[in-house]
Design a protein around this ligand. Structure first.
Ligand code: ADP
Length: 573
């Protein structure tokens, strides 16, 4: 039976019992009232009639006065109409006969006295009969009342017991399963899915238990299958990480090591067991490589491990979950082979460019001689050809010089000749060198350089080379008849900033970060402009070697501003 029906039945039962109790009470009250009415109507009135007649008889021991006769007559008639007890009719009839005789013998005192006592005896008899009946009926009414009290008390007690057991048992009948269900749900919320309810009833709780049990079984199955697949995936990722040639260290958001692969263990010189789960900064205190991994932000590092020196590039990837950093992965890529190849390439370039410089210089020298009229006259076409050769030789020399400079920087053979010089010298030399080129495009170079600026402590040649490079780029990428601002100003207490601002085509934001990379040229824009893509890279090396900074701000269509800083004399660190 469902709980709903059980409740209905329980309450109906109580209601019926309460009704029964009320019904019984009403019934017995009615019966008692009827008994009382009977006593009053049947017997009490007869007693009253006989008493009135007795009083009237006693009041006239001799002849009946009309007044007394009337009272007796009236009460006798009433009594004759109120015969209720067995024998009462006979006594009343005798009373009537004696009374009639009394009326006849009014002149005979002896007979009157005799009849008086007969009548009194009969009146007493009737009265006694009714009194007995009253006592009897009273006893009966008392018995009925007792029975009623007993019965109603019995029904009320039963009703009370039922209601009491209902009050005691019903709350726990509802609350106990709910309590058990709540506890199981709490367990489920702790991912403890092996919970079962054992309500076997056929009511709503039974149904609820069956649904709950099915749910927990399904959750358990799901959890197990999930766990299995997560473990499988974990194993697979561990295998992949371990089979990689790069060293990999995984850290959680609090810098505790979550995983390390075999290569990382070899490089760090510690076993996986000694690394996993430990706080990385603690290991860094006793391990140089770990310290470098955590602190050093240089992308390339030289590591001595396995009895040889190797080069590694470091990359740190932040692991994000919903924009929150939940850890990081440090990857050390073995770039020894590339490093060796790069060194070979640099040496090769250095050798070639060095070797090329001599023949190119001699070509230029020969061209100068050919241009000299003392050697012999050349016609217009030949002069044009000679000019072309001179231009190409000049460009070739420039490229070779750039390549040599770059090779020198890369091999660490860059020599700086520091000296103190006024920024104006660098600017003047630059503007002079590119005056003709600017004029060819009718570009105005607007120089702003305060004479009161302090001297800079720099390599004059290399710094001038950088400014020439920036200005020559600005001219190259400016429209004809435009203006280029060459500004020199004090930027910080110890720095002078040189900036070249053009109003040319500008540089797309996506290329700004790569513009100082070697051989980088903006794709698709340099078809008409010759160049190696080395100028800015070498400029960066030259400036940074002098503890300066170099940078660019640019907006496509608006032009670019290239700038670099040099240290003020006496302030350099
Ligand atoms: P290049 O010798 O090819 O000019 P650079 O290193 O000097 O090499 O410059 C790299 C690239 O940066 C150029 O190829 C050009 O695309 C871009 N670039 C340099 N300066 C400017 C400038 N002022 N305006 C627009 N693009 C420029």
């Amino acid at each position: 039976m469902t709980i709903k029906n059980k409740l209905r039945a329980g309450f109906s039962f109580l209601f019926v019992l309460a009704l029964l109790c009320c019904g019984l009470s009403i019934y017995f009250l009615n019966r008692l009232s009827a008994d009382a009415k009977d006593i009053l109507k049947d017997n009490y009135k007869s007693v009253q009639f006989t008493k009135d007649m007795g009083v009237a008889i006693d009041a006239s021991p001799g002849i009946l006065t009309p007044q007394q006769a009337k009272i007796i007559e009236e009460n006798l008639v009433k009594e004759e109409h109120n015969i209720t007890e067995p024998g009462e009719g006979r006594l009343t009839d005798s009373l009537r006969a004696e009374y009639e005789r009394l009326k006849q013998v009014q002149n005979d005192p002896a007979k009157i006295t005799l009849l008086h006592s007969d009548i009194k005896r009969l009146l007493y008899g009737i009265m006694q009969l009714n009194m007995n009946a009253i006592i009897h009926k009273d006893t009966m009414a008392k018995a009925t009342a007792n029975r009623a009290i007993l019965l109603v008390a019995f029904v009320a007690t039963f009703l009370f017991l039922v209601a009491f057991s209902f009050v005691v048992n019903f709350p726990s009948y509802i609350a106990n399963p709910l309590k058990e269900l709540t506890e199981k749900i709490k367990e489920v919320s702790k991912r403890n899915y092996r919970q079962q309810l054992d309500f076997t009833s056929n009511d709503e709780f039974g149904e609820l238990a069956r649904a709950f049990n099915t749910m927990t079984i399904k959750l358990d199955e799901y959890e197990n299958s999930n766990l299995a697949s997560i473990l499988f995936e974990k194993k697979r990722i561990e295998t992949i990480i371990n089979s990689m040639q790069d060293a990999i260290v995984g850290l959680d958001e609090k810098s505790f090591i979550i995983f390390v692969n075999q290569v990382a263990c070899t490089l760090i010189g510690m076993s996986e067991q000694n690394l996993t789960g430990r706080y990385a900064p603690d290991i860094a205190l006793e391990n140089d490589l770990m310290r470098n991994l955590l602190v050093n932000d240089q992308p390339k590092m030289k590591i001595y491990a396995d009895n040889r020196e190797s080069y590694y590039s470091k990359a740190v990837l932040s692991i994000l979950s919903k924009d929150i950093v939940i850890g990081s992965v440090i990857i050390l890529k073995n770039i020894t082979e590339f490093q060796q190849m790069d060194e070979a390439k640099t040496n090769f370039i250095a050798t070639i460019s060095h070797e090329l410089k001599t023949p190119i210089s001699s070509i230029k020298m020969s061209l100068k001689l050919l241009e000299d009229s003392r050697i012999g006259e050349v016609n217009t076409e030949q002069r044009q050809l000679l000019e072309n050769i001179d231009e190409d030789a000049h460009r070739l020399l420039q490229i070779t010089t750039e390549l040599l400079d770059m090779a020198q920087v890369e091999t660490g053979k860059l020599h700086l000749n520091f000296g103190n010089t006024h920024p104006r010298n660098i600017v003047d030399y630059t503007v002079k060198a590119l005056k003709t080129t600017a004029e060819q495009k009718q570009i105005e170079i607007n120089v702003q350089c305060d004479e009161n600026l302090p001297d800079v402590h720099a390599d004059l040649d290399k710094s001038t080379w950088v400014l020439i490079n920036l200005l020559s780029n600005a001219i190259k990428y400016s429209h004809e008849k435009s203006v280029i601002d060459l500004t020199v100003k004090k930027r910080q207490a110890d720095e002078i900033e040189f900036s070249v601002r053009d109003h040319g085509r500008g540089i797309d934001q996506q290329y700004l970060s790569r513009i100082f990379d070697r051989y980088f040229k903006i794709p698709g824009t340099n078809t008409d402009q010759p160049g190696t893509g080395l100028g800015l890279a070498i400029a960066k090396d030259f400036i940074e070697a002098q503890a300066g900074k170099i940078g660019v701000e640019s907006e496509i269509g608006e032009g670019s501003r290239f700038y670099f800083t040099l240290k003020i004399i006496g302030r350099q660190s």
